[in-house]
Design a protein around this ligand. Structure first.
Ligand SMILES: [Zn+2]
Length: 154
């Protein structure tokens, strides 16, 4: 049995609206998740160090651009900023020019280039193997942030 024609028309005509509503729901859920995450991180940490990403340069990479727009880096840093201020915590932003990814956290040696598809690398200077790109960058950002903070307080 075929669906009556009027039902078909009703369904198809309302699809764009349903689609838009679903997208709004996903955006709300993402924002809600981000709020929970930033609140938890602010609650659990006295100092938060974050890199102010050069989004303009990174959007050249399509998959990375998608990830940034999904997570909303600017929104993430904005939330850290005001929540840290409320809670009496400190947010330290690291300049995007700081080579957090390319610098070996172990010895400080900076490789000339580290293409975005390289997730694990070996340091040619100290010989450390299996350096996780993101973990290494996070350690460098934390170190740079705490150094900045120490400089500001002395
Ligand atoms: Zn090294």
């Amino acid at each position: 049995m075929q669906a009556p024609q009027f039902l078909h028309n009703l369904l198809t005509s309302s699809l764009p609206a349903i689609h838009a509503k679903r997208h709004a729901k996903i955006a709300d859920a993402r924002l809600d998740h981000l709020h929970k995450l930033t609140r938890q991180i602010v609650n659990e940490n006295q100092v938060i160090c974050a890199e102010s990403l050069a989004v303009k340069n990174m959007v050249k990479n399509r998959s990375l651009a998608k990830a940034i727009s999904d997570v909303g880096w600017g929104e993430l840093v904005r939330q850290f900023d005001y929540k840290a201020a409320w809670a009496g915590r400190q947010l330290v932003q690291i300049d995007r020019g700081y080579p957090s990814s390319k610098r070996c956290h172990g010895c400080g040696f900076a490789v000339e280039s580290l293409p975005l598809n390289v997730r694990i690398w070996d340091c040619p200077d100290c010989g450390t193997q299996g350096i996780d790109r993101d973990v290494n960058a996070a350690r460098n950002i934390l170190q740079a942030g705490t150094a900045l903070l120490a400089g500001a307080e002395s």
